[in-house]
Structures are given as structure tokens and as C-alpha cells.
Design a protein around this ligand. Structure first.
Ligand code: PMP
Length: 316
């Protein structure tokens, strides 16, 4: 039994900036939310809670790495404005990291992203360019490319979809944390695909630790009913950092079941998450039904707060 007041040692030091809080997120074993048929097997399912990053999502990791690499390379100087296309979490992360380091940030995103995301980004002092929601994140990408072409001296284009620092952030942090937290026992890794950074970087490193670890990517099952944060790769601009050959498998998950699983994590475990976490949880459950024993880890990219006014948590 856990006792309040028992401390691990990491809290003892002071931090030089909020950026030192990125990463080292908790891995939590699921109990009450597991279906009965899975409880009977010798299977553990763990949720990696990325809402514990200071910007509230998994995107703090690549945002930190992409900005620091740009500064170190000399390409991002103080006179430039950081810009990128994002469905939201990358925007929040870039705004937070940029602000912490003293840079201006501008973001292009589809106008229909949740109100909470827009306000958090504004709270960090960043500017938003809204693009046509019907064109999804592809519209935002095309918009930013045109803007950067027009004002090449003004902007530093982060380009999260083609930036190797995106997946490398996960190669060096997320994967190592999961390997250590499971004491090398992980057998299956599950993560949603937006840019593909999480699944590519974490998967690549885990396979170096143990080539038998199965790496599973999660996509929405249709280009029309989106799961915020995830991309239906077939009909989108393909992210340059995404290489399907590095995945053992892709699972296509519907919006309704993703919502249901996200709500179950709140109601049955006390873990409050967004819908892409629900999609990854459903994929983990499907894998657990196919195997007799194993240790499955799935990523919960963010918490539920940003979705309070969306259909996900707008129910009786
Ligand atoms: N879920 C959410 C809520 C996200 O914002 C993102 C990032 N777009 C992802 C999943 C996917 O992460 P990645 O870009 O690393 O593939």
C-alpha cells in the first residue's frame, strides 16, 4: 500500500526552468478498467501519463528538442519568430518552450480545434493563424509553408512532420523511461500516430533494447471522423519522419470506442485523459485479447481538461 509522505529523491533539487520538468512521466498499471477476460490472463497493461509534462502533453518532449537543436545549430536566432502547423498540443508545447527561452511563437491550426487549446496557447503569449477546418492539419501545413516562403527572414519553421529532432526526443527519453520503468519486461508498445514522432522514436529505441518488442501504431479508422491529435495517413500529407516499415502493425480505431475507453479510464481508474489515449487503450485491449501473457505499454498523450467542452466529456 502506498503511503502519502514517502518521497522518491527526484523532488529534492530546485529547477532552473520549467523545461527541466519535461519528461520522466509516470507509468501506471491498469486494474479496474481491464475487461474480465484480460484480468484472468498473465498480462499487465500500463498507461504512460504524458499529461504530467509541464505543458500537459507528450508534445513537450519534441518541442523542447526541436527548439534547442535549432538554437544550437545557429539557425534559430532571437530576431526570428518560431512558427509551425499544429492541431493543438504541439502549439501549446512550442508556445511554452518558446516563451521559457524568450522567443516569439506563431502557430497555424484548423479553426475547429478545442477552445481550451486556443486559450492555453494565448495564455503563453503566442499568436494563432486559423485555417480552414475542412482542410484539417494539411491546410495549416500548406498555409505555414506559404507564409515562410513569403517572409523567409522573419520565421524559423519548426516543421514537426519532417524534423528528426521530433522522433529523437522519444528515442532518447520516452523509450528509455519505459524500458527502465518496466525493468525491461515490456513486450508491446502502443502509440497513436499524429506526426509519428512518438511511435517512431520510442519504437526504434525499444527495438534496440529488445528486437522482440512489438511496436503498434494507432490511427483513426476513417479520414472523416477524426480523433483529435491523430492522423489518417492514407489520405493526408505523409509526415517525412513516418516510416510504416518500422511498425509491426497499425490498428485502426473508431471514434466511438476511443471515447468510451477514454471515459472508462476516468471512471474506473481515476485517470483523466483525452480521446487519443482512449484509442491507444482500445488497441492495447485488442492486443491483450490475442496473447496469453505480456506487458503492454500504451501512451496517454494528454489529459482530459482540454476536451471538457467537446463531445468527449459533454454527456450525462
Ligand atoms: N495524441 C494527441 C492528443 C496529440 O496531440 C498527438 C500529437 N499530434 C498525438 C496523439 C500523436 O503524437 P505524434 O505526433 O508523436 O505521432
Amino acid at each position: 500500500m502506498w503511503i502519502l509522505g514517502q518521497h522518491d529523491e527526484s523532488y529534492r533539487k530546485t529547477r532552473k526552468s520549467v523545461l527541466e520538468l519535461v519528461g520522466n512521466t509516470p507509468l501506471v498499471e491498469l486494474n479496474r478498467s481491464l475487461p474480465e477476460d484480460i484480468k484472468k490472463k498473465n498480462i499487465k497493461i500500463y498507461a504512460k501519463l504524458e499529461s504530467y509534462n509541464p505543458g500537459g502533453s507528450v508534445k513537450d518532449r519534441p518541442a523542447t528538442r526541436m527548439i534547442l537543436e535549432a538554437i544550437n545549430s545557429g539557425k534559430l536566432t532571437k530576431d526570428k519568430v518560431i512558427i509551425d502547423a499544429t492541431s493543438g498540443n504541439t502549439g501549446i508545447a512550442l508556445a511554452m518552450v518558446g516563451t521559457a527561452l524568450g522567443y516569439q511563437v506563431e502557430l497555424a491550426m484548423p479553426a475547429n480545434v478545442s477552445e481550451e487549446r486556443k486559450r492555453i496557447i494565448k495564455a503563453f503569449g503566442a499568436k494563432i493563424h486559423f485555417t480552414n477546418p475542412l482542410e484539417s492539419t494539411d491546410g495549416a501545413i500548406i498555409y505555414v509553408r506559404k507564409l515562410v516562403e513569403k517572409y523567409p527572414d522573419k520565421y524559423y519553421y519548426i516543421d514537426q512532420y519532417n524534423n528528426d529532432a521530433n522522433w529523437k526526443a522519444h528515442f532518447d527519453s520516452t523509450a528509455v523511461e519505459i524500458w527502465n520503468q518496466t525493468e525491461g519486461k515490456i513486450t508491446h508498445f502502443v502509440a497513436g500516430i499524429g506526426t509519428g514522432g512518438t511511435v517512431m522514436g520510442t519504437g526504434r529505441r525499444l527495438k534496440i533494447f529488445n528486437p522482440n518488442i512489438q511496436v503498434i501504431g494507432v490511427q483513426p479508422d476513417s479520414p472523416f471522423h477524426g480523433i483529435e491529435g491523430l492522423k489518417y495517413i492514407e489520405t493526408s500529407i505523409k509526415p517525412g519522419i513516418f516510416d510504416e516499415n518500422r511498425l509491426d502493425r497499425t490498428m485502426f480505431i473508431g471514434t466511438d470506442i476511443a471515447y468510451q475507453r477514454a471515459r472508462e479510464l476516468s471512471r474506473l481508474e481515476g485517470i483523466f485523459v483525452g480521446q487519443s489515449s482512449g484509442a491507444a487503450f482500445e488497441a492495447a485491449i485488442r492486443i491483450a485479447r490475442e496473447i496469453e501473457e505480456g506487458v503492454i505499454v500504451f501512451i496517454c498523450p494528454d489529459g482530459g481538461e482540454k476536451y471538457l467542452t467537446t463531445a468527449l466529456y459533454d454527456y450525462e
